[in-house]
Design a protein around this ligand. Structure first.
Ligand code: ADP
Length: 183
């Protein structure tokens, strides 16, 4: 447990600037860009990213990536090599499967990164912006899933949990500190 936790780092700032193998995008089901971190990633990666997203197969009209799942594209103009696009749940109070869906975002993103041979990944605080997931609840899920993944995959080097603002970093730090002491 302790060793796994050592692989998780909380950083504050703009995820698009990070030189890691994979950065994760909090996308929407259409995968054609949006606001928040999605807009920042598309702006920094360049137009090729939009074209790559458009090439991802639609499962049904307007849905390239269902909520709770993840899809991989190259990262084009970003310092990262790959972008994993994942779609977090919209918070409706917690009774519509939101915790399971959010956990699935982290798990699927990490598995895609692993499958690509990546050793490092950076996550934004998925669902905690426009999708309104309470940051403390979301942070608990994020650190639990990342810790579990590192315990299972000790050769994976680093998971960065990126807070855009200091307050979000404090909440993530609290969740990391509480890891293993409660469910
Ligand atoms: P969602 O729709 O999943 O809620 P948002 O993009 O609205 O996605 O917000 C997710 C989180 O990403 C928020 O905590 C927001 O503050 C953060 N965020 C926004 N821009 C960036 C960025 N450039 N780098 C890192 N985090 C960001």
């Amino acid at each position: 447990m302790g060793a796994a936790r050592a692989g998780i780092e909380i950083v504050t700032g703009d995820i698009t600037r990070l030189s890691v193998d994979v950065i994760v995008n909090a996308a929407n089901e259409r995968m054609l860009g949006g606001g928040g971190v999605d807009g920042a990633i598309h702006a920094a990666a360049g137009k090729e990213l939009l074209a790559a997203c458009r090439d991802v197969a639609e499962l049904r009209a307007g849905v390239r990536c269902p909520t709770g799942e993840a899809r991989l594209t190259p990262a084009f103009g970003l310092p990262a090599k790959w972008v994993v696009h994942t779609v977090g749940p919209i918070w409706h109070g917690g009774g519509r499967g939101e915790p399971k869906l959010l956990a699935s975002c982290y798990r699927q993103s990490l598995q895609l990164a692993l499958g690509q041979g990546a050793k490092s990944i950076a996550f934004p605080a998925i669902s905690t912006g426009v999708y309104s997931y309470p940051p403390s609840l979301a942070s608990t899920i994020a650190v639990r899933e990342c810790d579990g993944f590192l315990a299972d995959n000790p050769s994976f080097e680093k998971i960065l949990l990126v807070a855009f603002r200091q307050q979000a970093a404090d909440i993530l730090r609290q969740a990391l500190g509480a890891l293993g002491t409660k469910q």
